[in-house]
Design a protein around this ligand. Structure first.
Ligand code: FDA
Length: 456
């Protein structure tokens, strides 16, 4: 016998769980199908040597009001990232320079150029509705040039360009600046309120959740109870185009489940893992083929103590020429041991990804030592996040369009097809590629299922 629901949600990341939670509150009969044996998608906490490490998303910033509201609703508390003391900038020659505040220790001309570029990007972002970046007054022009080319057109100071590139390329989209458009870069800034927000680590990496950000999907799943089914890798969805109001059949592990509506709460890259019949319209398929995951290796290194604090350092460091391009104090709020988190992005991640694990660890620790000296070479625990090896994610942090894709296909990713709705943090406007965006998408998808056509 086929079981029947008002809505089936595919994917138990924050987008899917949020959709299901709101639909359940509205009185719907809902089932969430999750392929993995756990909820949370790109949010996960792992324990190593009696310490917890957030392997996926972890930070919350003040602009992320949808997530902050949900944390309050779920009764989850936050704590501030440690940030007392000087930060470090490792320059092209490999020298670690201390600095206080936001201004990098650069030559005056370079520092002024960075400020000017931040101003230009802030203005471009102010003209953008992040829900409709393709409507930006300069959308076509900005989408047809790579961010790297755009920076070269704007500025002749290489170190200024390299630093501005870092904030969007390695640090956010985790792709080389020659592979995405200037419009995609402006969307990243607009989604966080401004480019100024992105360059301010104290703003963008402000707080963490006690118990980890993965407590959010865990708390939502608790409230949904047996409406969430794990180990349910959806293989096929069928619907009848002559009777779109008749709903769809979802096939999982030999079982057929009927629903009036089906929400595919997946990164756009993963929609094509499911056989959809009739097949999606060509433009919907093309739109998703032009999206791809970035790649970053998140590395967490635990030491007997947070030794950098004794040297008056905050643990924050930037090095556009370093293997680890950014690093922060990631010590848990109640820990005595000290943890650093660093990131290796895009082509550098490709390169060290080809090494064996021991050699990669050696290279990454050597880069941390360029910031913090010899003490950084002697951790007690070393943890790498490996999302790129997991078929159900495939990269980190998220997906974005190739050059020209946002104006050509961006709007398509939001369109329903018959009884099917699509969404994830990767197509959010505000909170794009972040958990805040996943919360917003979940709210929006639920509103659409409940009949609000303005919830785009
Ligand atoms: P998500 O990918 O989480 O969920 C999709 C779910 O669908 C998965 O559980 C998957 O298993 C499931 N699935 C796929 N195919 C299926 C099928 N056929 N059938 C059933 N289920 C299927 N964000 C932030 O706000 N602050 C941060 O600090 C960071 N940092 C960060 C670091 C790292 C290393 C990563 C990887 C990511 C971040 N992020 C982040 C991004 C954040 O984690 C991300 O935006 C959201 O968790 C995405 O939530 P979604 O629900 O949209 O997708």
């Amino acid at each position: 016998m086929t079981s029947s629901y008002d809505t089936v949600v595919v994917g138990a990341g924050v987008t899917g769980l949020m959709t299901a939670y709101r639909l359940t509150q509205a009185g719907q009969r809902v089932l969430v199908l999750e392929a993995r044996d756990r909820v949370g998608g790109r949010l996960r906490t792992e324990s190593h040597h009696d310490s917890d490490f957030e392997i996926g998303g972890q930070w919350v910033s003040p602009d992320q009001t949808a997530l902050i509201g949900l944390l309050e609703e779920l009764g989850l508390e936050t704590y501030a990232r440690y940030r007392e003391g000087d930060s470090l900038y490792v320059d092209r020659a490999g020298a670690a320079l201390r600095f206080a505040g936001e201004d990098l220790p650069l030559e005056e001309r370079t520092a002024k150029e960075i400020d000017r570029l931040i101003g230009v990007l802030d203005e471009l972002a102010a003209d953008m509705d992040p829900d409709r970046p393709w409507n930006h007054p300069r959308a076509e022009e900005l989408d047809h040039v790579t961010f790297g080319q755009w920076l070269e057109q704007q500025c002749d100071d290489p170190e200024a360009r390299d630093n501005v590139a870092l904030y969007i390329g390695p640090a956010m989209l985790t792709k080389p600046v020659w592979s995405f458009s200037a419009l995609q870069a402006v969307l990243m800034a607009a989604s966080a309120g401004s480019f100024t927000h992105l360059v301010d680590a104290d703003f963008i990496l402000d707080r963490r959740v006690i118990g980890g950000l993965a407590s959010v999907p865990a708390a939502l799943a608790d409230r949904l109870g047996d409406r969430v089914r794990l180990g349910a890798d959806v293989e096929r969805i069928e619907w009848d185009p002559t009777a779109p109001d008749a709903g769809a059949d979802v096939q999982v592990g030999g079982e057929r489940i009927h629903a009036d509506r089906v929400v595919l709460a997946l990164p756009p890259t993963h929609v094509q893992r499911i056989r959809i019949a009739p097949e999606l319209p060509a433009e919907h398929r093309h739109a998703r083929e032009h999206q791809s995951f970035g790649l970053v290796i998140k590395v967490q290194v635990e030491y007997a103590t947070p030794f950098w604090r004794q040297h008056g350092l905050s643990g924050t460091g930037f090095g556009p020429y370093q293997l680890v391009h950014e690093v922060y104090d990631n010590t848990l709020h109640d820990a005595t041991k000290g943890t650093l988190v660093g990131f290796v992005s895009d082509v550098r991640a490709d390169e060290v990804g080809r090494l064996d694990a021991g050699e990669r660890q050696e290279r990454i620790l050597a880069s941390l030592a360029a910031y913090f000296g010899e003490e950084a070479l002697h951790p007690i625990t070393y943890v790498e996040s490996d999302w790129q090896h997991q078929e159900l994610t495939g990269g980190a942090y998220a997906t974005s369009f190739d050059v020209g894709g946002l104006t050509r296909y961006g709007a398509r990713l939001h369109e329903p097809v018959g009884p099917l709705e699509f969404g994830s943090s990767d197509i959010a406007g505000l909170g794009f590629q972040h958990v805040d965006g996943a919360v917003r998408m979940g709210e929006r998808l639920a509103a659409r299922v409940l009949g609000d056509p303005t919830a785009v």
